[in-house]
Design a protein around this ligand. Structure first.
Ligand code: PLP
Length: 360
C-alpha cells in the first residue's frame, strides 16, 4: 500500500527517511545486536543516542549554554502543572493569555498554584485571532508570562513576542517548535510535546534557562521538579527511550536538510499555497484573521457542514487523510508540519479546486 498524505494535528507525519532509518535499525542498532527499545537507558550506547539528540537540537535551535535541555514524559499537559509548581514561587503571580483550549488548560492548572491574571482572551470569536495586549496591564512582579505560541486547534500564531520588561516568557511551542527560526534567549522556558513537529508521542522537550531551575517549593513531587531532571541529565528514571531516539533522528534529518532556516522557507511556501488558494476561493474560507495565521495548522470551511463531510470523505479516497477539523471548531484543518512535503499541499489544493468546481 502507498503511504498517504497525513494532515493529522498530532501525532502526525514523520519524515519518511527517518522512518526508513528506524526500521533498518530496528533489530540491531549500531552493531549492538538489539533494538533501541531493548537497551538499558544506562548503557553507553544509549547515552550516545541521548547526547547526540541533545547536541543536534542545540545546534538546530542555537540554544545558549545557559539553557538546559530536558527530555521528559507526561506530555505538554504535565508542563501546564510543572511550570507553576516550579516557577510561581517568587511573588506567586503569573500572567497568561487565553488563546485556545490549551491555554485554558494551562491557566486552570496555574490557578492551583498561585495568582493568575488573564491579560486578554480571544474566546469571544472562537479564538480565531491573537488578542492585542496592553502592556499597562502586565504584572510587573510576575514570576513569568505564559503564552501558547501556536494554537493547534484554531490555527493562530504570534507573529511578534510581547515585551515583558524582564519577566521570563514561558512558551508552549508544542505545534510550532522547529518550524521557524526563533531566538531562544527571548524565553525563560520553552516546552513542546514531540508528537506534533518533532517525533513520536511520549517525549516532551523542555528548554529552561539555568536561573529558573531550583525554584520549586519543598512540597513539589520529585518527578515534577525541573531540578531533579537537570541534575540527572533526564535520567532520574527511565526516559522514553525510543521516542527520544526517533526525535534525535528527526533533528538530524532537519540539520542535514538545511536546518530550521531552510525548513522555515519551505513551511512558508506550503502555507502560502493553501492560504493563497483560500483567499481566492468563493467556496472555501480560512477561519483565522489574516495577520495571525499559523503556518503549521490551517483551518478552513466550505459553505456548510454537509459539504465539509463530503470533502473529507472524498479527500480520504485520494489518500489525503486526517483533514477533519477539531470537534470544537468543525470544518477542516490541514496540519502541514515540517515532514509534510510541498507536493502534499499541492495535491490537497488541486483536490480543493476540483471539489469547488463540482459543488459551487
Ligand atoms: C497537543 C498540544 C498540547 C497537549 O499535548 P500533550 O502532549 O497531549 O499533553 C498542549 N499544547 C499544545 C499547543 C498542543 O498542540
Amino acid at each position: 500500500m502507498e503511504r498517504v498524505y497525513n494532515f493529522s494535528a498530532g501525532p502526525s507525519v514523520l519524515p519518511e527517511a527517518v522512518l526508513k532509518q528506524a526500521s533498518e535499525e530496528m533489530l540491531n542498532y549500531g552493531g549492538s545486536g538489539m533494538s533501541v527499545m531493548e537497551m538499558s537507558h544506562r548503557s553507553p550506547v544509549y547515552q550516545g543516542i541521548v547526547d547526540a539528540a541533545e547536541d543536534t537540537l542545540r545546534q538546530l535551535m542555537n540554544i545558549p549554554d545557559t539553557y538546559k535541555v530536558l527530555f521528559l514524559q507526561g506530555g505538554a499537559s504535565t508542563q501546564f502543572a510543572m511550570v507553576p509548581l516550579n516557577l510561581m514561587t517568587g511573588s506567586g503571580k503569573a500572567d497568561y493569555v487565553s488563546t485556545g483550549a490549551w491555554s485554558k488548560k494551562a491557566i486552570a492548572e496555574a490557578k492551583k498554584s498561585g495568582e493568575v491574571k488573564v491579560l486578554a482572551s480571544s474566546e469571544d470569536a472562537m479564538f480565531n485571532y491573537i488578542p492585542k495586549l496592553d502592556p499597562a496591564k502586565f504584572t510587573a512582579d510576575a514570576d513569568y508570562f505564559f503564552i501558547t505560541t501556536n494554537n493547534t486547534i484554531y490555527g493562530t500564531t504570534y507573529k511578534t513576542l510581547p515585551e515583558t520588561n524582564g519577566v521570563p516568557i514561558v512558551a508552549d511551542m508544542s505545534s510550532n517548535i522547529l518550524s521557524e527560526e526563533i531566538n531562544v534567549a527571548d524565553y525563560g522556558l520553552i516546552f513542546a510535546g514531540a508528537q506534533k513537529n518533532m517525533g513520536p508521542a511520549g517525549v516532551t522537550v523542555v528548554i529552561i534557562r539555568e536561573d529558573l531551575v531550583g525554584k520549586a517549593g519543598a512540597n513539589v513531587p520529585t518527578m515534577l521538579n525541573y531540578a531533579t531532571h537537570v541534575n540527572a541529565g533526564s535520567m532520574f528514571n527511565t526516559p522514553p527511550t525510543y521516542s527520544i531516539y526517533v526525535a534525535g533522528l528527526v533533528f538530524k534529518w532537519l540539520l542535514d536538510n538545511g536546518g530550521i532556516k531552510a525548513m522555515e522557507a519551505q513551511n512558508k511556501i506550503k502555507a502560502a499555497i493553501l492560504y493563497d488558494f483560500l483567499d481566492g476561493s468563493d467556496f472555501f474560507k480560512g477561519t483565522v484573521v489574516k495577520e495571525d495565521r499559523s503556518i503549521m495548522n490551517v483551518p478552513f470551511v466550505s459553505p456548510n457542514a454537509k459539504l465539509d463531510a463530503a470533502f473529507i470523505k472524498g479527500a480520504g479516497a485520494k489518500g489525503l487523510v486526517n483533514l477533519k477539523g477539531h470537534r470544537s471548531v468543525g470544518g477542516m484543518r490541514a496540519s502541514i508540519y515540517n515532514a509534510m512535503p510541498v507536493e502534499g499541499v499541492q495535491i490537497l489544493v488541486d483536490y480543493m479546486k476540483t471539489f469547488e468546481a463540482a459543488n459551487i
